[in-house]
Design a protein around this ligand. Structure first.
Ligand code: CAA
Length: 387
């Protein structure tokens, strides 16, 4: 019998350790790491705040027990954790003086383009239209464009049913959406956010095309969660205008946007995108162009560990329940895998394994099998759970 506490220690402690290593490596600030997990995954607290609450010494001791069992470097308490434990230090103190001024819109953004018609593209179109922006969304067929309207209509109908919106609001939001089946429609937009297939060649072709179509000064943003944005920028003659805007699923609900700059991204583009995020009710965090950014880098190894734990004989439902109870996460790992899609999760885990070259990040066998069997999650009505 595996207890809830054992499940917590197996899945959550390595996640906390990983967050410490991310800060240690100077990849992101204390506040951006914590905001990432709070606003990207709906956690009540970020991992570094959780360590402060549990006490660095307690987390270090429990991790040391796990490390003795597994010998996996990912479970070896991070050096900074050892230091904080020895000095009774906190991440709150480390992150205390990092205040920054509110970003401003350095470029005018009146009209937004969205490329793609899937869940993320539809959600992003909804976010901008709900904030009053005219949105031109581009898809490959009228049927796909209708799917975007269907997704947004369903969300707005649900809000109306709950008394949180009205038919007038819905008509106004839908009225701001203009569908198009050719990219030429994006000639006059001030910002394009693309959320098409997660395939480098497909995105490179799109960026070359956008470079020829969009007016000078337009910001070209990608929602990629794993592809090198620097390469997308290099496919254009305006790499300074290319940036990552990584939204989370479901985009209308999750407040986070990871704003990913490449070495070529102009400072005014970065600032404008951050200001725009605030305008549409999102929280922006800063990331460098590295696989997984903040959130996926911390989230997916934890999800993969959950699959490994299940492979060792612990029931899915017991793991889901224990995590919600002990960690207070809004969904158990298998519920979330089914929302994200096992195909997407496997692709992200492979990217992370390739980037960080840690054996402990190798994708779990069952995750590979689920994808091979076409059990992708909610979208196929069968994933780890059945729908
Ligand atoms: N689209 C739009 N709105 C939705 C929605 C959807 N798919 N699902 C739920 N909502 C809305 C509901 O209408 C409701 O709105 P109101 O509060 O205005 O009434 C609100 O979200 C809460 O929904 P529910 O009460 O039905 O359900 P809940 O309390 O269980 O919340 C949840 C649902 C917000 C999705 C919550 O479970 C959650 O935060 N889950 C974690 C999701 C997560 O971790 N996402 C990150 C995945 S990783 C990723 O996206 C990155 C990547 O690159 C793959």
């Amino acid at each position: 019998m595996t207890t809830s506490e054992q499940i917590f220690d197996t899945l959550v402690l390595p996640y906390l350790n990983h967050a410490v290593r991310m800060y240690e490596a100077d990849y992101a600030s204390v506040s951006d790491i914590d905001a990432g997990m709070r606003f990207g995954c709906g956690y009540a607290q970020g991992p570094l705040a959780v360590i402060d609450e549990l006490g660095a010494a307690s987390v270090r001791d429990r991790l040391a027990v796990r490390y003795a069992e597994t010998g996996d470097r990912l479970h070896q308490p991070a050096e900074l954790l050892e230091k904080l434990a020895a000095e009774s230090g906190t991440f709150a103190a480390l992150g205390a003086d990092a205040g920054t001024a509110a970003p401003e819109l350095k470029r005018d953004i009146a009209k937004v383009g969205v490329v793609g018609t899937g869940t993320m593209a539809s959600g992003i179109a909804q976010v901008f239209a709900q904030s009053g922006y005219g949105v031109i969304y581009v898809g490959r067929s009228q049927e796909k464009l209708d799917g975007v309207v269907g997704y947004i209509t369903k969300n707005l109908d649900r809000a109306i049913d709950k008394g949180k919106s009205t038919e007038d609001d819905k008509a106004a939001v839908l009225g701001r959406l203009t569908g198009a089946t050719t990219r030429d429609a994006l000639a006059e937009v001030d910002l394009v956010v693309e959320a098409i297939a997660e395939d480098l060649d497909v995105k490179l072709e799109l960026f070359r095309d956008l470079d020829g179509i969009c007016k000078q000064g337009a910001i070209l943003a990608t929602t990629t969660s794993s592809l090198p944005i620097t390469q997308l920028g290099a496919a254009t003659d305006r790499p300074a205008d290319v940036i990552g805007m990584h939204f989370f699923n479901p985009a209308p609900v999750m407040k986070l946007v990871e704003v990913v700059t490449t070495p070529a991204t102009a400072a005014d583009v970065d600032e404008t995108v951050k200001a725009l995020c605030a305008k549409v009710g999102k929280v922006a965090v800063s990331c460098g162009d590295r696989a997984g950014f903040i959130v996926n880098c911390l989230l997916f190894p934890y999800l993969n560990d959950a699959v490994l734990l299940h492979e060792s004989g612990v029931e899915l439902v017991a793991i889901d329940a224990a995590i919600k109870e002990t960690a207070g996460f809004p969904m158990g790992p298998f519920e979330l895998l089914d929302v994200v899609g096992n195909d997407v999760s496997l692709a992200i885990q492979k990217e992370l394994h390739g980037e960080f070259k840690e054996d402990g990040l190798a994708p779990a066998k069952t995750l590979e099998e689920k994808v091979a069997a076409g059990h992708l999650g909610r979208k196929t009505k069968q994933g780890f759970h059945s729908y």
